[in-house]
Write a protein that binds this ligand. Structure first.
Ligand code: 16G
Length: 245
């Protein structure tokens, strides 16, 4: 679309025509990942279309994942992700995984502190009465693209100062001689809620993978209870199977 107005070229409802136009601008690279779109009011003025029509077109592109809306800051062209293949049989950290791929790691902290544990944390970590829990919640990003939300719970006895964890939780645990050496991981399907979808720059309801990891020390004690949401459009989890005995 251009400031000279919107000439009707295609067929079908106007909002679909505008949607197709914006989609083409994204596909051909005229609009690049991260570019911001003009406000709805301005787009309506530029195209001569009504705000309702513009809104419907934008909603359609948000629904298909080509645009993302960030509360308070506007509408942007979505970042394209290349799918990552992740081996399921190796106990690695996010930081190590990305380093191996030659990619950068950025974490956006959502929470990092000590709390009274929730019942599921007491159960998973085998906490006693009065024990506190360190909660570390962050959006894990690589090369600027958000890939997962991770919510890790560690006993406060193991990690008394969670705010001192910097880039890598496993590095912090390793420094204390408490890095897990074995883990059990459960993966299930989940549709991302509005807030999680916004954090991951995907449309609300997009497919995600809910991953729960329980990490063990060599003596069998649980050290880590982490619940994560990984973007379904970004990960392929792969594992080698052996013939059943
Ligand atoms: C991985 C683990 C997570 C662990 C984190 C530590 C999955 C699903 N999760 O992302 O349980 O806490 O690595 O990463 O694989 P860090 O050392 O970079 O903080």
């Amino acid at each position: 679309f251009s400031p000279d107005g919107f000439e009707e070229v295609g067929s079908g409802p106007l909002y679909l025509q505008l949607q197709r136009r914006i989609g083409e601008a994204i596909d051909t690279g005229r609009l690049k990942p991260g570019d911001s779109l003009p406000a709805e009011r301005d787009m309506a003025a530029m195209t001569g279309l009504s705000r309702v029509t513009v809104r419907k077109a934008v909603e359609g592109l948000v629904g298909s994942g080509q645009l993302v809306q960030k509360r308070g800051s506007g509408t942007f062209v979505a970042q394209r992700v290349e799918r990552l293949e992740q081996a399921l049989s190796l106990l690695t950290s996010f930081t190590e995984d990305m380093a191996r791929r030659g990619k950068s790691v950025e974490s956006v902290w959502l929470a990092r502190g000590l709390h009274a544990p929730a019942p599921e944390e007491v159960m998973a970590l085998g906490l006693g009465a009065g024990d506190r829990v360190a909660r570390l919640e962050r959006v894990r990003r690589s090369d600027g693209v958000p890939l997962a939300i991770e919510r890790a719970s560690i006993s406060a006895q193991v990690l008394p100062e969670p705010e001192r964890v910097d880039a890598s939780l496993y590095a912090a645990l390793e420094a204390r001689g408490m890095r897990p050496v074995r883990a059990v991981q459960r993966i299930s399907a989940a549709n991302l809620g509005v807030r999680d979808a916004e954090l991951l720059h995907v449309p609300p309801g997009a497919a995600g993978l809910k991953i729960e990891r329980i990490g063990y020390l060599p003596d069998g004690r649980v050290v880590e209870f982490t619940r994560s949401l990984y973007r379904g459009d970004a990960y392929d989890f792969a594992v080698e199977l052996k013939l059943a005995p």
